[in-house]
Ligand binder design. Structure first.
Ligand code: ADP
Ligand code: MG
Length: 358
């Protein structure tokens, strides 16, 4: 197992990249600690697969270096990096049995047959493939084939890391939940460094200790699920994580006072110089209070979501979502206020630290 360091990585698929826009990865500089469970989360096209392939060695980055512990592996081929990678679609040998497919990565490395049998049986049991072990892969469903692909990623004990690229895409929803739970258990048991790519926030937040949120070729936040919720570094994290996402409201700021149209809001501290940047206040729907105090709003829509309800209101021409308890009555002349401890300020989409009040 290894600690993986990505040092000033940039990648362009075009020959002569001129500006940031030409880079599929603009700059990635992060460390994946040995034994950590990481998720790479972001929308389609943001660079997740590119980054994963750079870690595994399928792709050589245009700039920067990759280190496994202290060894520079930038110029090493995939096989030399000792990594297991599971792809979005099944990679199986159709003419081999399920058992032989799973044994292949071990036999390939000269693992003794009794050890092969032990590992393969363990993986077969974990994936619930006992009934199919002696069948050829050809006749299996795509769910079953993808389970074999997963199993091939998990069968070796000695890998530096296991990389998963949206591995549950073709798996049906119930099984998806089950496999994700098993991966998590496996991580606890064997402590492999795992990097799991997904565009699904639930999948990322349940699997990973650290979530790497990517947006347009950049890592916009590298943090725990709590950090992504409490202190989104970038407006993209604010609205991508959470359901509904963070409310973002265009604002003007003077000293410690933010102006939303004709309304004023006291900030928790004084932001530094903001120049001519585009400013937005960010507040998660969970921290919008709806009652008789605060700024007057009009109700747009109320959605019942079980024990909570989402109330959509309009404030100064902006839509705001508030998540409140189901049994809380919405007053006839509703007003909103924001929990100051959970108020964020963004300048050109990036979070601004506010100096705490003395
Ligand atoms: P994700 O996995 O997050 O969906 P990718 O890493 O596949 O994103 O792609 C990132 C960007 O790089 C996209 O704009 C995509 O079109 C581009 N891209 C990916 N692979 C190639 C390639 N082989 N050649 C050229 N452009 C590519
Ligand atoms: Mg991808």
């Amino acid at each position: 197992m290894a600690r993986i360091k990505l040092k000033d990585i940039r990648h362009a698929y075009t020959a002569n990249p001129a500006s940031d826009a030409d880079y599929a990865l603009k700059r990635v500089d992060h460390v994946f600690e040995d034994g950590g469970a990481y998720a790479l989360l972001g929308p389609s096209g943001c660079g997740k697969t590119t980054l994963l392939n750079i870690i595994s060695g399928l792709l050589r980055p245009s700039e920067g270096a990759i280190l496994f512990d202290s060894q520079d592996v930038t110029d090493l081929a995939t096989e030399e990096r000792n990594i297991a990678q599971v792809f979005q679609f099944p990679v199986v040998y159709d003419t081999m049995t399920v058992y032989d497919n799973l044994a292949f990565p071990l036999r390939n490395r000269g693992v003794p047959e009794d050890e092969v049998a032990r590992r393969v049986r363990e993986v077969i049991a974990m994936l619930g493939l006992e009934g199919q072990a002696r069948r050829r892969a050809r006749g299996l469903t795509s769910d079953e084939k993808q389970k074999i692909s997963l199993g091939r990623g998990l069968v070796r004990a000695d890998v530096n890391a296991i990389l998963f690229d949206e591995p549950l895409t073709v798996i049906d929803p119930h099984l998806k939940w089950q496999l994700r739970t098993q991966l998590k258990e496996l991580h606890h048991r064997f402590g492999h460094t795992m990097v799991y790519v997904t565009h699904d926030q639930t999948e990322a937040l349940t699997f990973a200790d650290t979530v790497v949120v990517m947006y347009e070729g950049e890592v916009v936040q590298f943090g725990t699920p709590e950090e992504l919720f409490e202190r989104p570094s970038h407006t993209f994290v604010g609205y991508f994580i959470g359901s509904p996402g963070m409310n973002l409201l265009p604002a003007r700021v003077e000293g410690r006072t933010a102006h939303l149209g004709s309304q004023t809001i006291e900030l928790p501290g004084a932001p530094g110089a903001l120049g001519a940047k585009r400013l937005e206040l960010g507040i998660r729907p969970e921290f919008v209070r709806l009652g008789r105090e605060g700024m007057p709003v009009s109700i747009r829509k109320v959605e019942d979501i079980g024990r909570k309800k989402i109330v959509h209101v309009e404030l100064e021409g902006e839509n705001i979502a508030a998540v409140i308890d189901e049994d809380l009555e919405v007053p006839a002349e509703p007003r909103v206020s924001f929990d100051p401890a959970h108020l964020s300020l963004y300048a050109d989409s990036w979070r601004v630290e506010m100096e705490a009040r003395p």
